[in-house]
Ligand binder design. Structure first.
Ligand SMILES: [Zn+2]
Length: 69
């Protein structure tokens, strides 16, 4: 009887480890992509210097802040 309890406990621990492992493979926090704002900024390439910058930091002409200096 004691062995049966031991086996069940071991199976529960293994199931818990597999669940944690799968969560880590899928990336950080399944709650993060469930709702809320977009976690990452959209990045685009500056046509002048070719550097990748957040799309919001480009001006109307598509120039990055670095090209303005
Ligand atoms: Zn640039």
């Amino acid at each position: 009887m004691f062995r049966l309890i031991l086996i069940i406990a071991a199976l529960l621990i293994i199931a818990q480890l597999v669940r944690i492992g799968l969560r880590q493979l899928r990336g950080p926090g399944p709650e993060a992509d469930a709702d809320g704002p977009e976690p990452f900024e959209q990045v685009t390439q500056c046509p002048h210097c070719g550097v990748h910058v957040p799309k919001a930091s480009l001006d109307n002409g598509g120039t990055c802040p670095q090209c303005h200096q």
